[in-house]
Structure formats: C-alpha cells, structure tokens
Design a protein around this ligand. Structure first.
Ligand SMILES: *Cc1c(COP(=O)(O)O)cnc(C)c1O
Length: 376
C-alpha cells in the first residue's frame, strides 16, 4: 500500500525541517523584532544570491509585489498594461488597483504563457487608435518562464517595459538567466502552496539594477521619506513579517533539492502520460519550477477529474474561467477575444505535484489517468 497521494504535501516538508523551523521561529520570539527584523535583510540577500538578481525587496504578498513594482514605475490612471487572459486574477488585479487599465492578450496553447504573436496583434490594434501600452505583465504560468525575448520584440517601438509575474516560477531558469533576472522587475509570491512558500503570506520584488530600489523600499512602508514620519509618496503596509523571513531562510536551504525532486516527478509524468493526454511542453534550455503539472485533456475534463477522485487521485483546475471572462474583469479590453485562453479554461487539469511524491505514487497517478481516459 502506498500512502495517499496529496495534491501538495506541506506536512512532509515541515516534518523534514521541523527542528530548524522551531529554532528559527524561537529566535524571532527571543529578539522581538517582529517587523523588519534582521532575518528580512538576510532573506533578501539569500534570495538575490540564489537567482542572481541585483536587488530584492521582500514584501507582504505576491500581489503587493506586483502593486509595488507598478507603483515604483509610476503606472497609474490612463496607462494601458497588457496582461495574459489565462492567469490567476492577481496579475490583472494589481494593474486595476493602481488605477491603470489591464488589456488582455491571448496565450500560447503549448505553454499556457503569453503568445508573443497575440501581444504583437494587441499592440497593433492599440496603435490603430493612437495608443500604446505603458507596460506588460508576463506570467510564468505553472512555473514555466514566459518567452521574454520574443515578448520584448513584440513590444518594440512602444516604449513599454516588462514586469514578470513570477509568483509561480521562483527557482526556474532560461538560457538568459534565472527568474528574478529576466525582466526589468520581477514579482514573486511565498504563499504556502507556491514552490517556495512560507507559513502565511509573503512575496518579493526582484530588480535589475538599483534604479527602483529606494522607491520600492519607500512604497513598502507608507511612502516613507528620510525618516519614519515623513511621507513623500502614497505607499502601503507592504512589509514581510520577520517570522515569515525566518521560515523562508530555512526552506531556502532545501529548495534546490526540492526543485530537483519536482523535475524528476515531471519527467516521470511526461514519460508515462505523453501518449495519453497533452503534457506540458518545456522549450529547450528552459527549466520550469513545476509549481503545477498541468495537462490538457481532449474529452470531458470534469468527468475525468471525478473518476480520478474516485481512485484517490486529487486534481485541481487552474483556471476554470479565463480572466477575460471573470465578472470583475470582463469589461476590460480584450482585442483578440482570447480564444486559446477560453479553450484552456475548459480543458486543463492539474495533477498532484510536490517534491515528496514517490515513484510509486507517480506511477499510480499515471495509471489512474490512463484508465480514466480510456473509459472516457
Ligand atoms: C499566487 C499568484 C499571485 C499572487 O500572490 P499572493 O502571494 O497570493 O498575493 C499573483 N500571480 C500569480 C500568477 C499567482 O499564481
């Protein structure tokens, strides 16, 4: 008998690190600097070293990281910001929260990431009415980095800069470098279920060069100026808790091993499922962080998920509604109509993915999917 297959297994990771976590949390209780304690700066350095980013500003969530990055570059009312129509809501939410207008572009069926051809199409559609995007938020969906060089080309001549939404992809890399260095600014999330997660909410902004650093740090604490009660801009309460930084510092010590384990799971799934469903495509030279292992199924997705559930295989649908069709976002411009995003919303299925899946468990999932597809 194998143990039950979990979709994500945070308990196994905690058991592995429990003594270190207890000590790290106790150290914060002892020194008492619950906010902006020394662990926060230690974490910022460690994160920068692990991905090669010049600067890191830890913050309270992935959504705050996106908002801080947009505010730091002065994005606001009147600005158009391109976003993919297949992503978690926070990508477009951050744009709308700063007062700018999200404009949807469609995604590529093979990678689920922004399709540079669609971005080009949207740029041309805007140009025909005399408009240009101020920025683009590229999402590294399911842990796979977007095609940044091609996106940059699609934006050529617009002056738009790129914010990477790496909420799912910290730890991934491309031939051009690791996530955190692939765009002008990168946002990530440390929500517990992300590849590198804390025990609550957390996030970080990664910057290439020091230009945005002072502004990001000021925005993180109410637009603070030269001292605590001088406020030079409108900011937020965007700090990362010291206890979360202490937890992340411990988890970072095993993060490389965990990424390797995720990659082994993904390779085993691909070998077993390539002839059964459409498995995720990873471009040459790219390493995904495998936040999710998401397949595309041809038949009745929800019936397949139900059959897997009966076999003890938990699944999830990321995302059942394209963002351009969500009630809160449907009124934002969607020049292409996002046909690929809409098709994916009806056909994607995410399988169990975490570093503590055994080969036997992966094989069990593979045979359950194969049986369920055959019966479908
Ligand atoms: C999780 C996620 C976010 C938001 O991160 P939080 O830490 O939950 O605020 C943003 N974008 C994407 C693509 C995400 O998956």
């Amino acid at each position: 008998m194998t143990d039950p297959v979990r979709f994500v297994d945070l308990a196994a990771q905690q058991a592995r690190l429990r003594p270190e976590l207890d000590r790290a949390i106790a150290a914060v209780l002892d020194h008492g600097a619950y906010v902006s304690g020394p662990e926060v700066e230690q974490l910022e350095s460690a994160l920068g070293a692990s991905c090669g980013a010049d600067h890191v500003v830890a913050c309270a969530s992935g959504t705050d990281a996106l908002v801080l990055a947009l505010l730091a570059r002065g994005i606001g009312p009147g600005d158009l910001v391109l976003v993919p129509s297949f992503t978690f809501a926070a990508t477009a939410e951050a744009v709308a929260l700063v007062g700018a207008t999200p404009v949807f572009a469609d995604v590529d069926a093979a990678t689920c990431n922004l399709d540079p051809a669609s971005v080009h199409h949207v740029v041309e559609a805007l140009a025909s009415s005399g408009r240009a995007p101020a920025a683009l938020v590229a999402v590294d969906l399911f842990g796979l980095p977007a095609d940044y060089p091609a996106l940059r080309e699609a934006l050529a001549g617009t002056g738009a800069w790129i914010l990477a939404d790496g909420a799912q992809s910290f730890g991934a890399s491309t031939p051009d470098g690791a996530v955190g260095t692939l765009a002008e600014l990168t946002a990530t999330s440390f929500f517990p279920a992300k590849p590198l997660g804390c025990y609550g909410d957390g996030g970080a902004v990664f910057a290439r060069g020091a230009d945005d650093l002072d502004v990001l740090r000021s925005l993180r604490v109410h637009g603070q100026g030269s001292h605590r009660y001088e406020h030079v801009r409108i900011g937020l309460t965007g700090r990362l808790d010291t206890i979360q930084a202490a937890v992340l510092l411990q988890k970072l010590t095993i993060f490389g091993e965990e990424l390797d384990a995720r990659r082994s799971v993904a390779a085993r799934y691909a070998a077993g499922l390539a002839d059964v469903v459409t498995v995720p495509q990873v471009p040459a030279g790219v390493e995904s962080a495998w936040a999710q292992y998401t397949v595309v199924v041809a038949g009745d997705r929800d019936a397949l998920a139900a059959r897997l559930g009966e076999r003890g295989v938990p699944t999830a649908v990321y995302y059942p509604i394209a963002l351009c069709d969500q009630p809160a976002y449907a009124s934002f411009p969607d020049p292409t109509g996002s046909p690929v995003a809409r098709a994916l919303a009806g056909s994607v299925l995410s399988l169990p993915m975490h570093p503590y899946l055994t080969d036997d468990q992966v094989d069990l999932v593979v045979s359950a999917v194969a049986d369920a597809v055959e019966r479908g």
